[in-house]
Design a protein around this ligand. Structure first.
Ligand code: DPP
Ligand code: ZN
Length: 844
């Protein structure tokens, strides 16, 4: 398993003028005919001709019409070709129905579909499968199926065949083909220059009623990208297809986005508010890739954040505009801390732009995506909104049609603003989360903030240099009035001081407003000050953060000293809950306690060994105490937040339901679940049905409801994923492994379907105390199933192996149990490159 390095990049020896592909579809014997017009790349003298290809049976090959006998290497084909333009033609045979890796051309419920990013096209035909080789594709699909799709515009069709032409040059990873017995949910869109675009969401018969929301989200995305970024759609047709078996959320293939059905199908009865919001965000994300990813793509896979960081940033802006910026920011930071900080603080830490990899599929990470988006947020904060907009205009103008790099991206900002971004670039090059330590000082009307940054070592990077950190700060006077509005302190040194003059009294600082940089803020402060900020801060993020910090402090002390929950915290939460000037969605977020994994990392950072059982028990105690503390208020909030009328997934209604659900969850600890049972009975939407069931399972009730749920939803694959997942999520720690084990024996458990597998094992990994059961039962169960899945689907296996990434936080007994489990995976004969790389890195 060879390591590939960014520094070894060389341009392709040959480029392509155009490509013609013909697919003769057959479950086990699909024939793929290719005709590729090559010419030597004038920018290099390298003339080594190599085509990638894996798991292909070569039937024939010709160069300029003459049969040739290529040398078939392990991962491709070598052939003698002229140092001049030539035509390469080949015919290969592949077997989509046995392709369980879900990469290349495969079958899902009788339909054909593809997934080519990052390197799946080489499982379809011999090709220079690298993103810096771009060309126009003409594709003919032959098959006895009603719907035959590929990228671009429809060119011609007849009985059992269809031809597509994509006029926009693209790399092979954006190729797509879909064929099946599908039905369309059609619509259309008029672009800003007045072109009419045909829109379709294709689904399996029976899912038609779940398309409307996705279609509206698509149209909102199209309008938003025109208004905010000036980006217009560029084909006559835009198709989305829902597929049940899919490794990722969705894929931005040019003009033919392919979606995991969980990321597009929605109905009030079957989808929760969280599902609706996620679907809207993913539809937007894939659509936005049309410019940031497709029109401008990546030179090589090390540059993945060029398209992903930017597109995540764009979809976050979009969701903020559609819903609430404050709530979106809090949710994004929760996700960043939960997944990216965890990654950055463990053995899998890597830079936003990695400099080496073994298997690129292992780098579709929270660091590349979410930290990649944070880096763009910081850049925007530093240059300001107006210059950000100018830089983006220049980016689109200068690089349209290019396979670009992070250097190109930063240059656009340098040219727009005159700034030198050399130091800023460290955000792309250095892994690890900086610790920002803040001390302060007040003297004679001058308030001084002293900032110190330090990034702990990460694998392969023992030493870190200081980064540019935009620190947004506001100051409040002791009455709670803001005396200094949000100001960006631009930190560039390892240690730096900033002064605020002319203050009448020592202010209370609100630091890192809006979470202005992805760092861990360390400051000795008091719970009184946190409560003050929770009550008075004008920055919604820091207001929430103050409550979070109180919660973390309370929980940490409960775990380490066995102290009872802090009354100041309980009172502060009560005040937030009572304050009906606050957005209900915000109040719901304030009520949600820090997660157990978060507490484990916090304790570990403080030099302690976290005990997952103790953390679990402390959070149970805290919830119980909180419920009692709020007992008079909970029924009132629960009733007030009732949303009358038919279900609507809009942000306001969803916010009310979120607060109602948070109240119900606490209330269930007091009333034995009677309100939750009533809600379960009367619910006419999945948010409330699932919310009620979760409350019941948390208090170890809900057996009858769980059975009824299965009877009601047995035929709905996506809802059944929820049924599988929630039993593991809400299982008491000592029963989590047994629950997962039992579910794997259920006839509806399906190893081939990544959603179903993740429903069980993703949930087990997230059930912190259950996963870390001291006997090691969960570790072994997860290892057993990862070994089984690896033989079928390496990509999803490798992704789920991150369940073990935090192992060095824990005690010696747990560490040795995990080490045994990981070594058992690692020694499996024939283990995939994907899983082997991940497990190797985790162990090191
Ligand atoms: N489909 C994945 C995404 O959109 C990979 N490009 O992020
Ligand atoms: Zn993406």
């Amino acid at each position: 398993n060879e390591t590939i390095f960014l520094k070894d990049y060389t341009p392709p020896a040959y480029l392509i003028d155009d490509v013609h592909l013909t697919f003769k579809l057959d479950p086990t014997k699909t024939r793929v005919l290719s005709r590729i017009a090559f010419h030597p790349n004038p920018e290099t003298t390298d003339r080594d001709f190599f085509l990638h290809g894996e798991q292909l049976s070569l039937i024939s090959a010709t160069v300029d019409g003459k049969a040739c006998r290529p040398e078939i290497a392990d991962e491709g084909l070598i052939i003698a070709v002229p140092d001049a333009p030539f035509i390469f033609e080949a015919e290969v045979e592949i077997s989509p129905s046995t392709n369980t890796a879900l990469e290349g051309l495969y079958m899902s419920n009788g339909m054909y579909c593809t997934q080519c990013e990052a390197e799946g096209f080489r499982k379809i035909t011999y090709y220079p499968d690298r993103p810096d080789v771009m060309t126009t594709f003409t594709v003919r699909v032959e098959g006895d199926l009603p719907v035959l799709l590929s990228n671009g515009n429809p060119a011609a069709s007849g009985d059992g065949w269809a031809e597509w032409h994509d006029p926009w040059p693209k790399p092979s990873y954006l190729f797509a083909l879909v064929a099946g017995d599908l039905v369309a949910h059609p619509d259309s869109f008029n672009t800003m220059s007045g072109k009419q675009v045909e829109l379709n969401i294709y689904v399996r018969p029976g899912d038609e009623h779940k398309c409307a929301f996705g279609m509206e989200a698509l149209k909102r995305s199209m309008v938003w990208d025109e208004q905010i970024y000036g980006r217009e759609y560029d084909l006559d047709i835009f198709n989305i297809v829902a597929v049940d078996d899919f490794n990722m959320g969705a894929m931005e293939n040019k003009g033919l986005n392919i979606f995991n059905s969980s990321a597009v199908l929605a109905s009030p009865e079957t989808s929760t508010d969280t599902n609706f919001e996620r679907i809207e965000a993913i539809i937007a994300h894939e659509y936005f890739h049309n410019w940031t990813g497709n029109r401008i793509t990546c030179r090589d896979w090390f540059q993945l954040c060029l398209k992903e960081g930017l597109t995540v940033f764009r979809d976050q802006q979009f969701t903020g505009d559609m819903r609430s910026h404050a709530v979106k920011r809090i949710n994004d930071v929760l996700a960043l801390r939960g997944r990216q900080f965890r990654e950055d603080n463990g053995p899998l830490a890597h830079p936003v732009r990695p400099d080496s990899f073994v298997e690129i599929n292992n780098f579709y990470t929270a660091t590349v995506y979410e930290k990649g988006a944070e880096v763009i947020g910081m850049l925007k904060r530093l240059v300001g909104d107006a210059d950000y907009a100018k830089a983006l205009d220049l980016y689109f103008e200068r690089h349209d049609g290019d396979a670009a790099t992070i250097e190109d991206w930063l240059k656009v900002f340098e040219d727009t603003t005159g700034r030198d971004l050399d130091q800023f670039k460290r955000w792309y090059e250095q892994a690890g989360t900086p610790r920002l330590t803040v001390t302060d000082h007040f003297d004679n009307g001058t308030y001084t903030l002293h900032l110190k940054q330090e990034t702990p070592p990460t694998p392969g990077q023992p030493k870190k240099d200081p980064r540019v950190i935009p620190v947004a700060v506001g100051l409040l006077n002791p009455n709670g009035d803001e005396v200094v509005e949000t100001t960006i302190l631009e930190m560039t040194e390892a240690e730096q001081s900033f002064e605020f003059k002319g203050l009448a009294a020592r202010p209370v600082p609100s630091i890192l407003r809006g979470f202005s940089a992805p760092v861990i803020l360390q400051r000795d402060t008091t719970n009184a000050e946190r409560a003050f900020l929770l009550a008075h801060d004008t920055d919604p993020f820091n207001k929430w953060e103050a409550g979070r910090a109180l919660g973390k402090d309370t929980l940490s002390r409960m775990v380490t000293n066995g102290t009872p929950p802090d009354n100041a915290y309980l009172d502060a939460l009560m005040a937030v809950l009572r304050d009906d000037t606050l957005d209900p969605a915000f109040r719901a977020l304030a009520l949600s306690l820090p997660g157990q994994d978060d507490i484990a990392q916090t304790l570990f950072d403080a030099g302690l060994t976290p005990d997952p059982d103790k953390i679990y028990r402390a959070s149970q105690t805290l919830k119980q105490t909180l419920a009692q503390h709020l007992q008079d208020l909970l029924p009132k909030i629960y009733a007030e937040m009732h949303v009358p009328g038919p279900y609507s997934p809009d942000a306001e209604a969803a916010g009310n339901r979120a607060l109602q659900g948070a109240a119900l969850s606490l209330l269930s600890r007091l009333d034995g679940g009677s309100a939750a049972s009533r809600q379960y009975e009367s619910a006419d939407n999945m948010t409330q049905q699932l919310g009620a069931l979760s409350c019941l399972l948390t208090i170890e009730k809900g057996e009858a409801e769980l059975a009824a749920f299965r009877t009601q939803w047995g035929q709905d694959r996506l809802v059944m994923d929820k049924w599988f997942g929630l039993q593991v999520t809400y299982a008491a720690p000592e029963r989590a492994a047994a629950t997962a084990d039992r579910l794997t024996k259920d006839p509806e458990f399906d190893l081939i379907n990544p959603n179903r597998f993740r429903a069980v094992f993703g949930a087990l990994a997230m059930n912190a105390a259950g996963f870390h059961d001291p006997t090691g039962t969960s570790y072994n169960l997860v290892a057993d199933w990862l070994i089984r899945l690896d033989a079928l689907n390496p990509q999803t296996t490798a992704r789920l192996s991150t369940a073990f990434e935090t192992w060095r936080r824990y005690d010696g007994d747990r560490q040795s149990l995990i080490r045994d489990a990981l070594e058992r995976i690692q020694s499996t004969p024939g283990l995939s490159r994907d899983t082997s790389e991940m497990v190797g890195r985790i162990l090191n």
